[in-house]
Design a protein around this ligand. Structure first.
Ligand code: K7E
Ligand code: CUA
Length: 621
C-alpha cells in the first residue's frame, strides 16, 4: 500500500502535463498505420449495400447529444439530440422536446447505458445523464429519439451514471459534486456538516415511458465517480468510486488528493429497497431520503488507492476492479469476500456512520503493469480478460483479472479515457472489437486549427491487439456502448394515431381554428406542399394577427421511409421536423408583424424547393 504514495504524488504533475509527454511515439504509429496490410483494411471495409455488425452509441459530452456510429466501418450514422437543442431535427423547438428540455439549452452527457434483460443489452432503451444540469434521460431505440427527461433534485452532476441493474430495475445516479440537500445556500465553512453527496435510485416505467426517482440516499459530502452494477451472484449490489473524501472545499486539484485512500461505496439495493418499503426514510421535499448514519445496513465502504476513477464489474459478477488514476494500479476486489466481510462484520471502523470493510479481507490483488500509468476504465472480452485504458502512458493494457498477469498492450493516440468493447458491459461480451475513446487526437487528422476533434480508435482484439481504424468524433466521447446490430428493431414510419387530437391524416380535415387570440393550425406536410386549410383560397398560407398565440400542429402523411419534412418560418427562429407519419406541434407568439416565408427545411423531393408558403402577421394598428 505504501508504495503508492510517492509514485502517486509524482504522478499528479504527470497527469496534468500528460498531453505533452508522448509526442515521440506518433511517428511510429503513423508508419504502422501506413503499412497496415490488406487484411486490416478488409476487416473494416463494409462494402456499399452491406451494413455494420454493431451500433456504437457514443456519449456526446458537453454537446449534450449522443453519436451513433457503425462498427467496424466507424462511419457516423446519426446524432441523437438528448440534452441540447438541435436545429437539424427541430429538437428543443417543438412542444414535446421543448418540455422535455425543461428550459435548459445544453447538457453534458457522459455515460450511455442500454436497458438490460438478464444482464444482456435488450436493444430497447438507452439511458444517459446530464452532468451540466443534473438530469436523466431515456432514448427510444425504435425511433432513436429522446422520450423522457427528469430533473434529479439534491444532486449536482450525476456524472457517475448511468449504469443499470441486471433487469433494468434501477439506474443509480450518484452525484459528482456535494451540495446541501435542497441545494439551499450554505456557507462552505459548514461543508462537512451540511453538504451531502446524494445518490438517486431511478426507475423506468416502460409502459408509460416515464423515468421516476424511487428514493435517494444522503451519502457523505464526497465526490462520487464511476459506478457499476453487479451481475449474476452480485446482481443485488452496486459499486461506485469516491474521491475528495478529504472533504476539501477549495483547490481540489491538490486538496482532494491528500489522503492515501479513498473508498469504493458498496451497496445492496435490495436492502435499500426494503428500507423504503419499511418507511425507514425521511421525506425531503417529496423525496424519500435514506440517511445511512441512521439506517444501518446495506451500505459499506471499501478502502481503495487514492482518487480512483473507474470501477468495473467483471462479466461473471465475481469481482470489481478499481482503477487508480493517481496510483498506477488496478485493484481487484472479490464480491464473495465482501459479502463474507459484511456477514462477519469484518470492519475497520466507520466513516460518517458507514462501516469500512477490512481492505485485506476483500482485496484479491493489486495489479501494476510495468510503466503503465493513469489507469482509468476497464472493459472485458468473451474470455473474461480485462482491457484497461492508461490515460498517461496512452495505451490499452490487456490483463487477466484472475492472475494479474499482463497479456498484451497497444499504444493509442492519445490519452484514452474510456474504452468500449462489443457488448462489453453485459454478462457475455463478444470479444470482438475494442474502441479506445481518446481525449487527444493530435497528429491523427487534417488540422482544423488549435483545437482538434477527439478520436476513436478501433482495435482488433481477436488476436494480438492492433489498432486498425480511427475516426474523428465531436466532443466528447466519455463513454460509449456497443451493441449487436440485430438487437435493435427500429420502426420504418410512425403508425397512424387516430386518438391524437393534433393529428390530421386527410387533406380535407386540415383547418385553422381561432379562439380569441389563440390560433390552432391543424396542417399536413406531404410531397411537396404544406396544407394548413384545404378549403382556403391559399391552403399553404397562415395568417394571424400580431400578438396572437399560435399553435401549429403538423402531420407528415408521407408514410414512406425516410421522407422527412421540416418546417421553418423565415426570421422567426423556429424550426421543427416531422418524420414519416409523425405529428409535431410548435407553439409561439406572433410578436413580429410582417410577411414571413415558411418552408420545408428537409430536402424531400424534386420539388422540395417549391414546398413553401407564407406566414402573414397583420400589424396591431
Ligand atoms: Cu470522461 Cu467516464 Cu465522464 Cu472517465 S469519464 S475518462
Ligand atoms: Cu418537404 Cu422538403
Amino acid at each position: 500500500m505504501k508504495k503508492w504514495i510517492p509514485i502517486a504524488s509524482g504522478l499528479l504533475a504527470g497527469f496534468i502535463a500528460a498531453t505533452i509527454n508522448f509526442a515521440d511515439f506518433s511517428a511510429k504509429t503513423n508508419t504502422e498505420a501506413a503499412l497496415s496490410n490488406k487484411t486490416d483494411a478488409e476487416k473494416v471495409y463494409v462494402p456499399f449495400g452491406q451494413k455494420d455488425d454493431y451500433y456504437l452509441f457514443a456519449s456526446g459530452g458537453h454537446s449534450g447529444q449522443m453519436f451513433i456510429y457503425g462498427v467496424p466501418s466507424m462511419r457516423k450514422i446519426r446524432t441523437i439530440p438528448v440534452f441540447s437543442q438541435d436545429s437539424a431535427t427541430g429538437y428543443g423547438f417543438d412542444e414535446h422536446s421543448k418540455k422535455l428540455m425543461g428550459g435548459y439549452t445544453w447538457g453534458d452527457l457522459h455515460h450511455p447505458a442500454f436497458s438490460e434483460t438478464k444482464g444482456d443489452y435488450d436493444g430497447k432503451w438507452m439511458f444517459a445523464t446530464d452532468v451540466g444540469n443534473s438530469r436523466a434521460a431515456v432514448v427510444d431505440l425504435e425511433t432513436f429519439t429522446t422520450k423522457d427527461i427528469i430533473n434529479v433534485p439534491n444532486t449536482a452532476g450525476p456524472h457517475c451514471a448511468a449504469f443499470v441493474t441486471e433487469n433494468t430495475e434501477y439506474m443509480f445516479l450518484p452525484t459528482r459534486f456535494a451540495v446541501p440537500v435542497g441545494q439551499k445556500y450554505e456557507s462552505l465553512d459548514n461543508y462537512s456538516q451540511n453538504y451531502r453527496g446524494v445518490m438517486s435510485a431511478v426507475t423506468f416505467d416502460e409502459k408509460n415511458v416515464k423515468l421516476n426517482i424511487a428514493y435517494q440516499v444522503a451519502l457523505p459530502p464526497w465526490s462520487y465517480d464511476l459506478s457499476d452494477a453487479g451481475k449474476k451472484g452480485s446482481a443485488d449490489w452496486a459499486v461506485m468510486t469516491t474521491y475528495n473524501t478529504e472533504e476539501a472545499t477549495t483547490t481540489m486539484e491538490v486538496n482532494a488528493s491528500q489522503a492515501d485512500r479513498d473508498y469504493i461505496v458498496l451497496f445492496n439495493w435490495k436492502e435499500l429497497e426494503k428500507m423504503v418499503k419499511d418507511g425507514k426514510y425521511e421525506d425531503v421535499d417529496g423525496q424519500k431520503m435514506i440517511y445511512p448514519e441512521k439506517q444501518k445496513g446495506g451500505i459499506y465502504l471499501v478502502p481503495v488507492a487514492k482518487s480512483p476513477h473507474g470501477v468495473d464489474v467483471t462479466p461473471d459478477g465475481k469481482y470489481f476492479i478499481a482503477s487508480g488514476k493517481l496510483a498506477p494500479s488496478m485493484t481487484v476486489f472479490s464480491f464473495e469476500k465482501s459479502f463474507k466481510a459484511v456477514e462477519n462484520k469484518d470492519f475497520a471502523g466507520e466513516r460518517n456512520g458507514i462501516p469500512i470493510i477490512n481492505y485485506k479481507s476483500v482485496m484479491e490483488r493489486e495489479v501494476n503493469p510495468e510503466n503503465a500509468l493513469g489507469p482509468l476504465h476497464t472493459q472485458f472480452d468473451d474470455k473474461g480478460m480485462a482491457y484497461t485504458t492508461m490515460f498517461i502512458s496512452s495505451e490499452i493494457v490487456k490483463w487477466d483479472p484472475k492472475t494479474g498477469k499482463t497479456l498484451d498492450r497497444v499504444p493509442v493516440q492519445y490519452s484514452p479515457g474510456h474504452s468500449v468493447s462489443a457488448e462489453g458491459d453485459t454478462v457475455s461480451p463478444d470479444g470482438k472489437w475494442l474502441i479506445a475513446l481518446n481525449k487527444i487526437a493530435k497528429d491523427s487528422y487534417l488540422s482544423v486549427g488549435p483545437s482538434h476533434p477527439e478520436s476513436m480508435q478501433l482495435i482488433d482484439i481477436s488476436g494480438k491487439m492492433k489498432v486498425i481504424q480511427s475516426a474523428p468524433v465531436d466532443p466528447e466521447p466519455h463513454y460509449a456502448q456497443m451493441i449487436k446490430a440485430d438487437k435493435i428493431k427500429t420502426i420504418n414510419v410512425y403508425p397512424k394515431d387516430e386518438k391524437n387530437k393534433d393529428a390530421v391524416y386527410k387533406q380535407n380535415d386540415t383547418k385553422i381554428v381561432r379562439k380569441g387570440n389563440e390560433v390552432h393550425v391543424y396542417g399536413i406536410a406531404m410531397r411537396s406542399r404544406f396544407i394548413f386549410d384545404a378549403k382556403a383560397k391559399r391552403p399553404d398560407v397562415i395568417e394571424v394577427n400580431e400578438g396572437d398565440h399560435v399553435f401549429i400542429h403538423l402531420t407528415n402523411i408521407d408514410f414512406d421511409e425516410d421522407i422527412t419534412h421540416g418546417f421553418a418560418i423565415n426570421s422567426y427562429d423556429l424550426n421543427i421536423e416531422v418524420q414519416p407519419g409523425q405529428t409535431n406541434t410548435i407553439e409561439f407568439t406572433a410578436d413580429k408583424a410582417g410577411t414571413f416565408p415558411l418552408y420545408c427545411t428537409n430536402f424531400c423531393s424534386a420539388l422540395h424547393q417549391e414546398m413553401n408558403g407564407y406566414f402573414l402577421v397583420k400589424p396591431k394598428n
